[in-house]
Design a protein around this ligand. Structure first.
Ligand code: ATP
Length: 315
């Protein structure tokens, strides 16, 4: 690939709160979730092309990023699907060559594919000058994948329904609260979201007021309140099938994490830290005594969003 027209970061997400409410008649589940981007990112290098949209994926460190062989080569890649939809909706005549540099573990519950698709939609809307507004982009995102609308928002959001209704969380603050840091831990294999939902039997609802508490915690930067407000309906189902994830959760706690939860539908877990230094300390202790494989990353929670675009953009 030659000169890149645009480079964008596609941040992963974690669910600080994920409640599965009911099964709909079409087989999808109604959920309610508080999603925040984190600083573990894929990078997309995008170049304008005359006709087709072609997506390829490269990995900086294959020993760390699991499941890359699962990523569809081009036309089924969520990035290509998003780009083609944008082209169809707007009638744009050209194409793009896109290279995804993958760092987010695949099927890790961190929304990697959706993050890539969201980043591609925003970037191509600029590069192709197709001029869609946020609402129109959200509509396209909802057709690409259920986490895409949340990741298009690029900041803390509450999603409801089957992931397509987005409520931006207004975080009123006199001054910026302290950053939150997490350690992300992945077992080196992926978990199928569809399989998890098909196994999920008992509807596990959250204690009253816990989502509200999490929103307050986020607005105030109150990490202690956050540790008491973590919730994920799917965790029990996933840990029952994959005992290794239970061991990783215990390892995170042993290493000092103050709150531990499954990322989305797995396979990654996250552990909350008191601050950046504490997060690095937890990561350094991870796997020290464990006799199982675990990969970990230190990441910052990004409640106010990121989506960094580097030029040059054509006039
Ligand atoms: P979710 O919880 O949103 O289902 P996840 O974070 O557990 O997702 P992803 O890494 O997004 O998992 O991958 C889900 C599936 O999406 C993969 O099995 C893969 O086949 C497919 N996929 C399509 N495009 C991509 C992409 N760009 N990156 C990763 N996976 C992709």
């Amino acid at each position: 690939m030659c000169a890149t027209d645009l480079t964008v970061e596609a941040p992963a997400k974690i669910n600080l709160f994920l409640e599965v409410l009911s099964m709909r008649s079409d087989g999808y589940h109604e959920i309610r979730s508080l999603i925040v981007p984190v600083s573990l990112c894929d990078t997309l290098y995008i170049e304008k092309a005359d006709d087709e949209v072609v997506t390829e994926t490269t990995v900086v460190d294959p020993a760390v990023v699991s499941g890359v062989s699962q990523i569809p080569r081009s036309e089924d890649n969520l990035v290509t699907r998003a780009a083609v939809l944008l082209r169809n909706v707007t009638g744009y005549g050209g194409g793009a060559r896109i290279r995804i540099e993958k760092r987010i573990p695949v099927q890790g519950g961190m929304g990697g594919g959706s993050a890539d698709a969201a980043a591609a939609l925003k970037a191509l809307n600029e590069l192709w000058q197709t001029g869609l507004d946020d609402v129109e982009l959200l509509k396209i995102g909802g057709q690409v994948g259920s986490d895409v609308p949340a990741l298009l928002a690029g900041r803390a959001v509450i999603v409801t329904g089957c992931g397509k209704t987005i409520e931006h969380i207004f975080l009123p603050r006199a001054e910026r609260p302290r950053d939150w840091w997490v350690v992300l831990a992945n077992p080196g294999f992926g978990v199928s979201t569809a399989d998890v939902y098909s196994r999920y039997r008992t509807i596990l609802t959250s204690p009253d007021g816990i989502l509200k508490n999490m929103v307050f915690a986020l607005a105030d930067g109150d990490i202690e309140l956050a540790t008491q407000s973590l919730f994920n309906s799917l965790e029990r189902t996933v840990l029952a099938k994959y005992p290794l994830l239970q061991m990783i959760a215990e390892e995170l706690r042993r290493a000092g994490a103050i709150g531990v939860m499954l990322c989305g539908s797995g396979a990654s877990m996250f552990g909350l830290a008191r601050d950046e230094l504490h997060a690095h300390d937890i990561a350094a202790r991870m796997g020290g005594t464990a006799d199982f494989d675990v990969r970990s990353w230190v990441a910052r929670i990004l409640p106010d969003g990121v989506m960094v675009a580097h030029g040059p953009l054509e006039a």
